[in-house]
Structure formats: structure tokens, C-alpha cells
Design a protein around this ligand. Structure first.
Ligand code: IPE
Ligand code: IPE
Ligand code: MG
Length: 248
């Protein structure tokens, strides 16, 4: 067993594409929806892991803007599962110091889910340890578009001039505003792509992929990701020598 990386080499913010639920079920000759239910349990594994390792922010991709185009039956089953999870988990998460937030276009969601989302976001844990953001109805392109629309509205109303639009200002209108950008991105399920997740926010995030299917997630897999992250040199466009604080 390798020693855990020191706190300074840990990501503050972890972003995860939870992929592979359908294949997990299909390998067992079971319906895809069973895989989603097993995936919900893996969310607990991931949250517990972040709490135990002192990670401050966790952003989970739960449902993409494109996932609305899946068969009606699967979308319906996912909506039922979201509702059940919101009802059963949010109170306990709050007690454990987890603040819950959502990013994404909520317009397609049933009213009952939108209500629960708003209620969950209104809760503030007494002793906050982790910010858990669920990306639902989320697409990176949608996110950038809605930020642009919000800036354009300010310009049209005369509150903002185009010259004053900076990266920082756009960043403040985009999902996850107020959190540091993700340090580490993990995708389970073996596919090597971003699938319209946090396109703006992942600019300098370290990417890590695993064949493990989401429902099979374990502390060992997550520790392997943290170990890989601790070994990376994040240069942000600088030279190695600059990063090391030496000569340029
Ligand atoms: C991820 O698992 C969960 C959602 C997209 C809601 P998938 O359902 O995409 O599982 P695979 O990729 O088909 O195995
Ligand atoms: C990405 O997974 C979205 C979520 C995990 C919620 P998908 O399964 O939708 O991605 P693609 O279609 O394989 O790119
Ligand atoms: Mg998938």
C-alpha cells in the first residue's frame, strides 16, 4: 500500500463524470436502471471518501443536457431516482457538513425535483466540510451560453460595457462560481472524453480516467487517482524551473 499524499498535494476540488452504470447492469443481464440504482450507492462512496480525505469540493455529473434524449423509460427512472435520493439523502448530508448545490438547466425537470433542489440549496450545514455540486441537466456549452446571455442582458440594459467583459467577470456568471476550479477530473467507465462537462472550468484541470465502472467505485480507485494527481507537475503555462521557484 502506498502512503497517502500530503494534504498540500491533494486536490481541493474534484470533478467526476460518473459513467458506466448501464454497462454495469448489462454485464449482469439486468436493465440499465438497475445500474443507475447501484450508481447512487457509489455516490455515497465518493462523498464519504472526500469527507475522509479533507477534499473541500466535489462536483458530480449526474445528468447531461444530452441525456434528455435517452429512451423515455430510462429518463423517467432517473427522475424517480433523483427524487428518492433528494428525499432520503439531503438531510443527512447536511448534518454531516455537506452543503449541496446544483448546476444545470432545471427547466426540463419535474416541479417536485426543482422544489427539492431549491430546498436542498437553502440548507447551510453548521460546520461545512464539503460543497457537493450536482450537475443535472447540465452541459458545458449551455453553461457558457447562459453566462454570455447574462452578460449580454447587462450590456443591453446599459449596466455593462463590452470592454469591461473579462475572463473573471464571465467566470463569475458560470456554474461553480465561488469555488476554485477543479484540480482533478475523474471519469469512470473507460471512455476518454469530456462529454460536454465543465468546458470552461476544466481549462487547467488534471484529467484521470479509469476503466472501473461507476457502480464499482471504491476507495482504492479514488486513492489511485489522488496518487496520480500528487505526482503531476501543474505548470499553468510556465516552465518547470519557474514552478519550482528557481531560475526562469
Ligand atoms: C452514467 O452511466 C449515468 C448517466 C449518464 C445518467 P451511463 O448510463 O451512461 O452508463 P453507460 O455509459 O451506458 O454504461
Ligand atoms: C456523461 O456520460 C454524462 C454523465 C455521466 C451524466 P454519457 O454516458 O452521457 O457520455 P457519452 O454519451 O458516452 O459521451
Ligand atoms: Mg455513459
Amino acid at each position: 500500500m502506498t502512503a497517502a499524499p500530503p494534504q498540500s498535494r491533494l486536490p481541493r476540488h474534484l470533478a467526476v463524470i460518473m459513467d458506466g452504470n448501464g454497462r454495469w447492469a448489462q454485464r449482469r443481464n439486468r436493465p440499465r436502471t438497475l445500474g443507475h440504482r447501484a450508481g447512487a450507492k457509489a455516490v455515497q462512496v465518493c462523498v464519504d471518501f472526500c469527507l475522509s480525505r479533507g477534499i473541500e469540493a466535489l462536483t458530480l455529473f449526474a445528468f447531461s443536457s444530452e441525456n434528455w434524449n435517452r429512451p423515455e423509460e430510462e429518463v423517467g427512472a432517473l427522475m424517480k431516482l433523483f427524487l428518492r435520493m433528494l428525499d432520503s439523502e439531503v438531510g443527512e448530508l447536511n448534518r454531516r457538513g455537506v452543503r449541496v448545490a446544483f448546476i444545470g438547466d432545471r427547466t426540463g425537470f419535474p416541479e417536485a425535483i426543482r422544489e427539492r433542489m431549491a430546498q436542498a440549496e437553502a440548507l447551510r450545514p453548521a460546520d461545512q466540510k464539503l460543497v457537493l455540486t450536482i450537475a443535472a441537466g447540465y452541459g458545458g456549452r449551455w453553461d457558457i451560453t447562459q453566462a454570455c446571455r447574462s452578460l449580454a442582458a447587462d450590456v443591453a440594459a446599459g449596466r455593462l460595457s463590452p470592454e469591461d467583459i473579462t475572463e473573471t467577470l464571465l467566470d463569475s456568471r458560470i456554474g461553480l462560481a465561488g469555488l476554485p476550479a477543479p484540480d482533478l477530473f475523474i471519469r469512470t467507465g473507460g471512455d476518454l472524453r469530456i462529454s460536454n462537462f465543465l468546458l470552461w472550468q476544466l481549462a487547467y484541470t488534471e484529467l484521470w480516467f479509469t476503466e472501473t465502472l461507476w457502480p464499482d467505485l471504491s476507495d482504492e480507485v479514488l486513492d489511485a487517482a489522488l496518487a496520480a494527481f500528487a505526482d503531476r507537475e501543474r505548470r499553468f503555462g510556465l516552465t518547470s524551473a519557474q514552478v519550482a521557484g528557481g531560475a526562469t
